[in-house]
Design a protein around this ligand. Structure first.
Ligand code: AMP
Ligand code: MG
Length: 398
């Protein structure tokens, strides 16, 4: 038996490379991983400018003579530049985003000004009020986004604000996905008695794509030694990661083990967890191999715990694990000490804290529990049964 944490550490230690970089247009960069520190080539904003529609003045004018009126000497829209300079007693009508004219440092919002003809009457104001300083958002030369950041909508906007139309990201890891087992048939095909529809390939493909990988679908491989061996080797040549589900437990027809022992470099682990004990991990050629358990909940869970961090490391991400937080269990939960257990949970907010309950029956074949759930409830190795009202860790799916 190996602990979840040790299994994760062993796996991550095996991932020594990072996917090569690639330039993509910003418009196609959502969810991609930044390949290098992004340094700002310019100040943002590039000039001091007005934060409101109003009137730009020199604050010194107010301080000196307690002046309360100014002559409006011109008007400046966003996108323009004022050619002259503001002299004593003068104000410039200015729009939001327009560069501050020379000689002015303070802007009156139009709402607080009384205007008659080309004269305005004003009250007291702080120096620099309603202006935005050059470089207050981003300073030229600073690292705005560190390498390994996942590009969210706001990161795309930040890159665009620096004038960049494209960005250097990591190539998406290529992931081959297989199902194994003579009992498993393709949805849409005729199902004979004793057969079940393949679900793992579909949930695993979704998990790979959601984690930023590109899937190649290798279909269902029958429980035949030669076929499995040939397909796995072929997939490994064209992929960074090869994933199978099923065939890693101790049943008579569990061929994945036998085939892989031949390929070499594969470890078979019994992980101290529930669900999802058996796991095969190693290499086929240059590809990382993961043989996940066949039970549908176990295959999704072991992907999340063991494959996704490896995929994220390969993809160059800085953060390899999703955040965890505490919730109060609203029901008692059975738990065996000595292993980490994962229940499917439903979160709700109770005014000032999160609460969580299970989805009901927790068998590792009950895939609909994953559809009802919005989190995993994570109960650590040393804990036993959980009573209602106790705190537990949760890991939200989103
Ligand atoms: P195995 O690990 O091959 O012994 O499979 C364990 C359980 O998972 C069995 O009940 C299998 O029928 C089921 N199973 C295996 N592969 C799949 C799959 N691709 N989709 C749905 N269930 C599967
Ligand atoms: Mg099987």
């Amino acid at each position: 038996m190996i602990s979840v944490a040790d299994a994760q550490a062993h796996i991550l230690a095996q991932v020594a490379t990072v996917a090569p970089p690639q330039i993509v247009p910003l418009t196609g960069a959502l969810g991609r991983v930044l390949a290098e520190d992004l340094r700002a080539p310019i100040d943002v904003p590039p000039t001091d400018n007005s934060a409101v529609d109003g009137y730009a003045v020199a604050h010194v004018d107010l301080a000196a003579g307690a002046r309360t009126d100014f002559t409006v000497v011109g008007e400046l829209a966003a996108g323009g530049v004022f050619a002259g300079a503001i002299a004593r007693g003068q104000a410039l009508r200015i729009m939001t985003g327009a560069p501050m004219p020379a000689g002015a440092d303070t802007v009156y919002p139009q709402e607080v000004v009384e205007r008659r003809g080309d004269r305005i009457t004003v009250g007291a104001i702080d120096r620099g009020a309603n202006t935005r300083a050059r470089g207050e958002d981003v300073r030229a030369g600073s690292v705005v986004l560190p390498a390994g950041s996942v590009l969210r909508p706001q990161e795309l906007g930040v890159a665009a604000s620096l004038g960049l139309p494209q960005i250097l990201v990591r190539q998406r890891p290529r992931v081959a996905v297989f199902s194994t087992g003579d009992e498993v048939v393709e949805p849409g095909d005729a199902r004979k008695p004793g057969q079940i529809y393949d679900s793992n390939r579909f949930s695993l493909q979704g998990l790979v794509e959601a984690a930023g990988g590109v899937v190649t679908d290798y279909g269902i491989v029958p429980d035949l030694h030669e076929v499995l061996h040939a397909r796995l080797t072929e997939a490994a040549r064209a992929s960074d990661i090869v994933l199978t589900s099923g065939g890693v437990s101790v049943g008579d027809y569990d061929l994945v083990k036998a085939v892989l022992q031949e390929a070499g470099g594969i470890d078979f682990w019994q992980v101290a967890m529930q669900p999802g004990r058996p796991l095969a991990v190693g290499r086929i050629g240059a590809a990382h191999f993961f043989g996940l358990p066949g039970n549908p909940v176990a295959s999704m869970l072991t992907f999340s715990l063991f494959v996704r961090p490896a995929l994220w490391k390969l993809a160059g991400r800085r953060e390899l694990f999703p955040p965890r937080f505490h919730a109060v269990a609203t029901e008692a939960m059975r738990k065996k000490t000595g292993r980490r257990e994962f229940k499917r949970g439903i979160l709700s907010y109770a005014g000032d804290h999160w609460e969580v309950r299970t989805t009901g029956p927790q068998g590792s074949g009950i895939l609909s529990s994953m559809a009802q759930a919005d989190c995993f409830i994570v109960i650590e190795e040393e804990r036993g049964d959980v009573a209602a009202g106790e705190r537990v860790w949760v890991e939200a799916f989103q």
